[in-house]
Design a binder for this molecule. Structure first.
Ligand code: LMR
Length: 329
């Protein structure tokens, strides 16, 4: 027995000596709530590939998609606690943590297209918002697109009266809440991972979402109609735990920064097409009817949704919104 134990100790000591302490890879756990075949899912894979190649495996990126580790709210708590290192929550999910100005991205009809959006995310306000996250131990690395939202339900949502009395799932943003209430809709905040079931069982009648999500989450299987409203944007901030980030060597940080920049360019290049293809696949499934709005219905929806601006401007800050409007002009 003694000989055996001694032998084990020698083996353990030996392995400690030949394995330098710093040779174990740095692990970045990247948790997210969507499927791998979405703009965010593909971006995470792209980032992983670049980082692992360029650091020769010294940094490992472990991706946990589909809310398999954490749901929406929990993932932000996990990031702050250091249980995961990286996330890309949608911009609507930062306001419950006190970052109200992020809700500007939820304002209906503020951005006409991706180009508009990038003027803000790449501009001064976009960068200020990312920097502001450091007060809660979060480092913002960039913005990833998903796309413009459409409305879905089991009844056609075309005229304003069609919305009245419906229950619709929203993300946790007060602007989205106000946007639904002004239509006479009862908004229900629900974690993303619970939406399919919510729609299937009728806990909610419908939702607003990008085509990419409606397709990859199979919402179209339980929603008969989609109205092509494109009334608002859904996108992400890629964030890391700041303490983790600050603890990395400058060399590693610069590899990660470059990989993030390239991943961001990649996601923002594929997102629009990804959404177009998703819409085409939903259409081809024959399960959901796609409805286009007439110009009249389009303008009454726009008038109703933008009526929330004066009240919401106070929430986000007039100075912030004035600066955004300048960037968009
Ligand atoms: C949602 O909750 O609807 C989205 O934020 C999910 C996501 O990450 O795209």
């Amino acid at each position: 027995f003694f000989k055996h134990t001694l032998y084990s100790i020698v083996l353990i000591l030996g392995s400690i000596c030949i394995t330098p302490a710093n040779s174990s890879p740095i692990v970045i756990k990247f948790s997210h709530v969507v499927t791998p075949d979405t703009p965010k899912g593909k971006g995470a894979e792209y980032f992983k590939k670049l980082v692992e190649e360029r650091t020769k495996g010294n940094v490992k990126v472990q991706i946990y998609p589909n809310s398999q580790l954490y749901k929406d709210k929990e993932e932000l708590e996990a990031l702050q606690l250091g249980a995961v290192e990286m996330l890309a929550p949608s911009l609507s999910k930062f306001s419950p943590m006190g970052f109200t100005a992020f809700e500007l991205f939820d304002l209906p009809y503020l951005f006409s297209n991706y180009n508009d959006l990038h003027k803000v995310t790449n501009g001064k306000i976009g960068q200020q918002l990312l920097t502001s996250l450091s007060t809660k131990g979060i480092k913002g690395l960039g913005y990833w697109d998903n796309g413009f939202k459409v409305m879905s339900a089991n009844k056609p949502l075309v005229a304003l009266k069609d919305f009245r009395g419906k229950k619709m799932r929203i993300q946790s943003s007060r602007i989205l809440d106000a946007q639904m209430r002004t239509l006479g809709v009862s908004p229900q905040v629900m974690a993303f991972s619970e939406v399919y079931q919510g729609l299937q069982t009728g806990v909610v009648d419908g939702t607003e979402q990008t085509p990419s999500q409606i397709y990859t989450q199979k919402f179209f299987e339980v929603q008969k109609f989609i109205t092509l409203t494109n009334h608002g944007y859904l996108g992400y901030a890629v964030v890391v735990n700041k303490k983790f980030w600050d603890g990395l060597t400058p060399q590693i940080r610069s590899v990660l920064e470059a990989a993030m920049k390239e991943s961001t360019d990649y996601v923002n290049k594929i997102a629009e097409q990804d959404n177009q293809e998703s819409l085409a696949k939903i259409k081809a499934s024959g399960r959901t009817q796609l409805l286009a709005l007439t110009p009249e219905n389009q303008s009454s929806l726009k008038a109703a949704l933008t009526s929330i601006y004066p009240e919401q401007e106070k929430r986000i800050g007039k100075d912030v919104l004035d600066a955004v409007r300048k960037e968009l002009a």
